[in-house]
Design a protein around this ligand. Structure first.
Ligand code: GLN
Length: 195
């Protein structure tokens, strides 16, 4: 079985490791470059993107992750993880940076204080007939989609909340907390197709 990593600097790492376990995949927490070398794919969890950014630079992880993304490693980012994968981050805190890779601009905390968190069902025909039950927590929105990226899901009002580009996958919401496994399966398929 191919080993995949969950970036374990901050955020809901355990929930992602649990999904991987349920899918029969070998998942390990990744904190240092030597651990990144041992995985064929990476999940960037939800949490706080400005903290993940800071810690990734402090731990010498930012450059190795950017290099692996450029080399085609499959990466799946949820919420803060999607922000880390976006080429452009709007409403970034201070000098916040992202790893980039996805040809999109993402706005942090796009749903505002009145609507900090909410749940909704989204039809995503590409994943099958059963709609995705999506949980949004201080979630970002994909505000513009460049020509290299593809929209995978949008809300009824048209706001884009899931995107894909080659081996990169990002969702504004958190499948790892609802028992929704199809995004992780899609990520694992990308990993296995490279093995
Ligand atoms: N608001 C957080 C950020 O900007 C993301 C929240 C989440 O991951 N649930 O990173």
């Amino acid at each position: 079985e191919t080993r995949v990593g969950v970036l374990a600097l901050q955020g809901d790492v355990r929930e992602h490791l649990a999904v991987l376990r349920e899918l029969g995949a070998e998942g390990i927490p990744v904190r240092r470059p030597s651990e990144l070398d041992e995985v064929a794919g990476l999940i960037i969890p939800g949490g706080e993107s400005s903290v993940i950014d800071k810690l990734s630079r402090l731990f010498g992880m930012a450059e190795p992750i950017k290099a692996r993304i450029a080399a085609g490693m499959p990466v799946y980012g949820t919420c803060a993880g999607l922000i880390m994968l976006a080429d452009t981050v709007l409403d970034a805190i201070g000098g916040q940076e992202s790893f980039g890779g996805l040809d999109v601009a993402v706005r942090r905390n796009a749903f505002g204080n009145q609507n900090d968190s909410f749940e909704t069902d989204i039809a995503i025909p590409e994943l099958g007939e059963v709609p995705v039950h999506a949980v949004f927590i201080r979630a970002p929105v994909v505000e513009s989609v460049g020509e290299k990226a593809t929209v995978l899901a949008s809300l009824a009002d048209g706001r884009v909340v899931a995107v894909e580009q080659g081996n990169l996958l990002g969702t504004s919401f958190h499948p790892e907390v609802t028992g929704e496994h199809r995004f992780h399966e899609r990520f694992l398929q990308k990993v296995r197709s490279l093995a």
